[in-house]
Design a protein around this ligand. Structure first.
Ligand SMILES: C[S@@+](CC[C@H](N)C(=O)[O-])C[C@H]1O[C@@H](n2cnc3c(N)ncnc32)[C@H](O)[C@@H]1O
Length: 206
């Protein structure tokens, strides 16, 4: 699906059209996406997220089970693997993302699924959901799921971009604003401090 077509669906969605044609049209963009690449861990934006995650997990056992939701092709998960973590599942809605990710990083376990529908039959010690909640229709429901999938003492790390307003002109993939206040309801909000800050971040305890 072209970006223009996605924009049309997202414009309709942001104007209040929640017809099944629009909702499915937006999901189809991810399901049929074919232009997929492997991000470098040292890409500045990715690396800042990775550094924050790494520091938050510094004292966690390398035997911890990790679920990375909206993992893209897995460079953050692979970075954690290189830090010693071995049990990592990457969940992404896009089949091509999972295909490229599992070919590039065969030691990661890729699962194709939509966080809004997927149900886990196990709990995880660590759950990551970085830069994904703004892509879905109901981020609060996803956060509720995430919290329920944490083991006792588990930790979820969530980041979302700070946006003043939604517009398909800014990024047609962003359909939802998640605020600092909403994140605060789910955990201890850790606003990453930096002058060029672009994210809200939150950690949720299981
Ligand atoms: C902006 S990327 C974030 C990648 C990575 N987490 C990071 O922090 O660099 C968003 C990812 O979320 C995935 N995604 C979008 N909607 C999703 C959904 N409903 N369920 C699971 N993954 C989804 C996309 O395919 C994409 O890989």
């Amino acid at each position: 699906m072209s970006n223009q077509k996605l924009r049309t669906f997202v414009d309709r969605y942001l104007s209040g059209d929640q017809s099944s044609e629009v909702l499915q049209g937006i999901k189809d963009y991810y399901l049929n996406r074919s232009h997929v690449w492997v991000e470098a861990l040292d890409h500045p934006s990715v690396f800042r997220r990775f550094k924050w995650i790494y520091l938050c997990l510094k004292h966690k056992s390398i035997d911890s089970s990790i679920l990375d939701i909206g993992s893209w092709t897995g460079c953050i998960a692979d970075g954690l693997c290189q830090s010693g973590f071995r049990d990592i599942t990457c969940l992404d809605i896009c089949p091509k993302v999972c295909e490229v990710g599992s070919t590039t990083f065969p030691h990661l376990n890729f699962v194709q699924g939509d966080i809004e529908e997927w149900e886990s039959d196990k709990k995880f010690d660590i759950i990551l959901a970085c830069e994904v909640l703004e892509h879905i229709f109901d981020p609060m429901a996803a956060l509720t799921k995430i919290r329920s999938w944490l083991t006792k003492g588990g930790l979820a790390l969530v980041t979302v971009p700070i946006l003043e307003k939604l517009s398909s002109d800014i990024n047609p993939e962003h359909i939802t604003i998640v605020t600092n206040e909403q994140l605060g309801k789910f955990g201890k909000v850790v606003r990453i401090s930096s002058r060029t800050e672009e994210w809200y971040a939150c950690s949720i305890r299981g």
